[in-house]
Design a binder for this molecule. Structure first.
Ligand code: ADP
Ligand code: MG
Length: 336
């Protein structure tokens, strides 16, 4: 089975001017990411603000090309060779994105029907009546009613607006949805409804999801695999079940420590994240997490760890690879 998304050392750099002499510095928002997502599965991408999640989302959505590396989507190599205009358009419609802000992402002057039909006007030759039918069918799919077709975005709650944003993203029958913090702006009580809708749509339509969140607890119920991103690099890629049962990388442990405990009887070692995420303009040497890691040794300062295979997971940590961080005892006892 071939993967729906295959990324190999994918990077996105920005040249940014800084200071009064306008030196140009390179900011590596995504510094090198290797991962894949199987058809019909959900990869969650988690990390603090500034870790490169939205940049990765823009690469997968082909809003921006990678600076380096190879990105293959549904068998097409992104940006390689010259895509014909039609091939590029076909490839684009395969992947759609839903953003965090349900207030900013819908044009307030357009009725819902117009918003939903816009992608069809641009990309298809469907008649007005066909477009309307499709929009009405999609409203029903996302749990809204036919009368909503003629209403404006301000007449809807945040949760309903996110349903509309999802409906719009599905109008061109994409295979992949990139969801960039899709429920982060919603009340907790509404979050579950939208997550359930996404799960139902995934099953019904066979969609592949890249689900981005700074909040691990949200990911628990939607992800098959979890990619933990730190300063533009994956530090752990594993099953969702494994990352909650036994997070390996100290950064994954720290993120999990920050989420509410599901089972309060379970003894957890809390790694508190201290300080800010460093600037990706001048990332720390070696393992970029070392200044904040309670286990860090000299090797961590000197050498950047690659992703190692470790009991079915991939983890970029010297301590785990070399055995001086105990993957089991470390979780439940105090840090060295
Ligand atoms: P996240 O979504 O995880 O918060 P982002 O991908 O938005 O992270 O940003 C990662 C880093 O890249 C940040 O330091 C951010 O300031 C920087 N960055 C993002 N987009 C740009 C851009 N267009 N130009 C310059 N820097 C950017
Ligand atoms: Mg973001």
């Amino acid at each position: 089975m071939s993967a729906m998304i295959e990324a190999t050392d994918v990077a996105r750099h920005y040249e940014i001017g800084q200071g009064m002499f306008r030196d140009v510095a390179t900011l590596k928002a995504v510094a090198g990411a290797t991962f894949s997502v199987e058809r019909g599965r959900t990869l969650a991408v988690v990390g603090e603000s500034g870790s490169g999640k939205s940049t990765l989302a823009r690469l997968v959505t082909m809003i921006e090309p990678p600076t380096a590396g190879r990105l293959v989507i549904d068998g097409h190599v992104v940006g390689e060779g010259v895509h014909s205009a039609t091939e590029a358009a076909e490839l684009r419609r395969l992947v759609q994105i839903v953003f965090q802000n349900p207030y900013g992402s819908l044009n307030p002057r357009q009725k819902i029907g117009t918003i939903l039909e816009e992608p069809l006007v641009i990309n298809t030759k469907l008649s007005m009546a066909e477009r309307r039918d499709k929009a009405l069918a999609m409203l029903e799919k996302v749990g809204l009613r036919p009368e909503h077709y003629a209403r404006y975005p301000h007449m809807f709650s945040g949760g309903q607006r996110q349903r509309i944003a999802v409906a719009r993203a599905l109008m061109l029958d994409p295979k992949i949805l990139v969801l960039d913090e899709p429920v982060s702006a919603l009340d907790v009580s509404i979050q579950a409804q939208v997550l359930n809708l996404l799960a139902d749509l995934q099953e019904e339509l066979g969609l592949t999801y890249v689900f981005i969140s700074h909040d691990l607890s949200v990911v628990r119920f939607v992800a098959d695999e979890v990619l933990v991103l730190y300063l533009g690099r994956p530090v752990e890629i594993t099953s969702a079940e494994a990352v909650f049962r036994r997070p390996l990388h100290p950064y994954s442990r720290a993120l999990l420590s920050a989420t509410p405990v599901a089972d309060p009887r379970r003894k957890r070692q809390n790694i508190k994240l201290t300080g800010e995420i460093p600037s990706p303009i001048r990332p720390p040497s070696g393992c970029a997490f070392h200044p904040r890691c309670p286990y860090a040794r000299n090797v961590c300062v000197e050498t950047r760890p690659p992703l190692y295979e470790f009991e079915g997971a991939e983890v970029a940590c010297h301590g785990i690879a070399e055995g001086w961080i105990d993957p089991d005892a470390g979780w439940g006892e105090s840090a060295a």
